[in-house]
Design a protein around this ligand. Structure first.
Ligand SMILES: [Cu+2]
Length: 289
């Protein structure tokens, strides 16, 4: 078992090792499959078929497995590396050391959003965008969305969502009326023009490639989702009597039948069930525990 650290507590050598392992994965042609996979499983409410990574109860367990597979592959390059988490309720400014040149690099420039500093800057040569929903070859960011400014979620907002005892509620999708814990954190309960809520707003706040289905093109994706994963851990501790829902496959007459996965059904493309992902301590722990 290994520990995932708060990114603000990493030593400078830990920062460097994480970045170097990620860049090496990219150089070896082993990174972009994660971008593609995330995009392929980004089915929305309006589309047909199973919703897996987003707008569905599997949002937490699917991303837990996704991060785990990525992390294990990083560890084939450097066994000492784990995915750090970014607590955006605390490190909530563009001036945070998260965005320094030895780590995630800085904001995109004003003219075209191109990230110009750090290991993922196009000019540095190690981070071409090969698979995107747009055509830029360079990584883009638009921190804080200056044309319609938004801020990162606060501790109070996060605590409000953590107080919800029910994991998820019918119709198990992105409807603003779905007031379960999952959608409150995922963030479809507030409109995108307002930046969305919690998880979604963080994607919008970073901007550029972090918006949309190909968001793992920006390595800060992993740090954001490690914190989302930790939020699930915190929620489980606070509501020990609550569990993943739906617990059983939906009835054939349910309009969401065949669209969402219940606790004991596998989550494609992984052959694991949400119930099997419940206890993260089988795999890792968090520094704050
Ligand atoms: Cu996300």
């Amino acid at each position: 078992m290994y520990t995932r650290m708060n990114q603000r507590n990493l030593t400078s050598s830990q920062r460097t090792r994480f970045v170097e392992a990620v860049v090496e994965l990219k150089r070896a042609g082993r990174y972009d499959k994660y971008v593609r996979l995330h995009a392929e499983y980004f089915a929305a409410d309006g589309e047909s078929g199973l919703r897996m990574a987003h707008m569905a109860p599997t949002f937490f367990p699917w991303h837990r497995q996704f991060l785990l597979v990525f992390e294990r592959e990083l560890q084939t390059i450097d066994p000492g590396v784990t995915i750090p988490y970014w607590d955006w309720t605390t490190d909530n400014k563009a001036s945070s050391a998260l965005w320094a040149s030895d780590f995630m690099g800085g904001n995109g420039r004003r003219s075209d959003g191109q990230v110009m500093t750090g290991p993922f800057a196009y000019e540095a040569g190690g981070w071409p965008i090969n698979y995107g929903v747009t055509s830029e070859k360079y990584l883009t960011r638009n921190i804080g969305r200056p044309d319609r400014p938004i801020t990162l979620p606060t501790k109070a907002e996060l605590n409000g969502a953590l107080a919800i005892a029910t994991y998820d509620v019918s119709p198990w999708n992105s409807a603003p009326s779905t007031q379960g814990f999952r959608n409150k954190i995922e963030g479809w309960t507030v409109s995108e023009t307002k930046g969305g809520y919690l998880h979604n707003r963080v994607h919008q706040w970073v901007g550029g490639h972090m918006i949309g289905a190909a968001s793992p093109n920006d390595p800060v994706f992993w740090l954001h989702h490690a914190f989302i994963d930790l939020i699930w851990v915190r929620w489980q501790r606070r509501h020990p009597a609550s569990a993943y829902l739906p617990s059983r496959p939906l009835a054939a007459k349910d309009p969401e039948h065949g669209r969402v996965v219940s606790a004991q059904e596998p989550m494609p493309p992984f052959n694991v069930k949400p119930a099997a992902m419940k206890d993260h301590r089988r795999f890792y722990s968090y520094e704050e525990e």
